[in-house]
Design a protein around this ligand. Structure first.
Ligand code: ZN
Length: 150
């Protein structure tokens, strides 16, 4: 394993052991659940948004290391972003983990989230990595339903 891959793994392990913004948000403006039956991951994503900007994000639930780390890093990333930026980063992140061809600037835009590029080698883990993101998108659309990776 190269040093860079080790570093990436450490980031994921760190976030899965000590998830950031891991709490319910009683005054959230929207929230949505996600369920990945393949792995047993369940997350609830809470959003607080004002004037088209996400002012706070948190999540609860239980999932594998990839799912938890992805949710944790997502909450850090999205705070302060506009709804359009969040939607754009969702599609970039999804393309990244699915291994879709990408323009060279995408890795820069994703910053630390690029650690999840290794997930594409493990197709069964792709849904773990994207679960919280699907829930976040559902919450953004204020749909009162459970997000599914199916
Ligand atoms: Zn999982």
């Amino acid at each position: 394993m190269s040093g860079l891959q080790e570093l990436y793994q450490q980031v994921i392990i760190d976030h899965s052991k000590r998830p950031r913004n891991f709490h319910a948000m009683p005054d959230a403006t929207s929230q949505a659940e996600g369920h990945n039956p393949l792995c047993g991951d369940r997350v609830t994503v809470y959003l607080m948004s004002k004037n088209n900007t996400i002012t706070d994000v948190s999540f609860t639930g239980s999932g594998c290391a990839i799912c938890t780390a992805s949710a944790s890093m997502m909450t850090q990333f999205l705070k302060g972003q506009t709804v359009e930026q969040a939607q754009s980063i969702f599609s970039k992140f999804r393309d990244l983990v699915m291994g879709a061809p990408q323009p060279p600037d995408v890795a820069d835009a994703l910053d630390k989230l690029a650690v999840f590029s290794g997930v594409r080698k493990f197709p069964i883990r792709i849904k773990c990595a994207t679960l919280a993101w699907h829930a976040m998108m559902t919450a953004l659309e204020c749909k009162d339903e459970v997000a599914s990776t199916e």
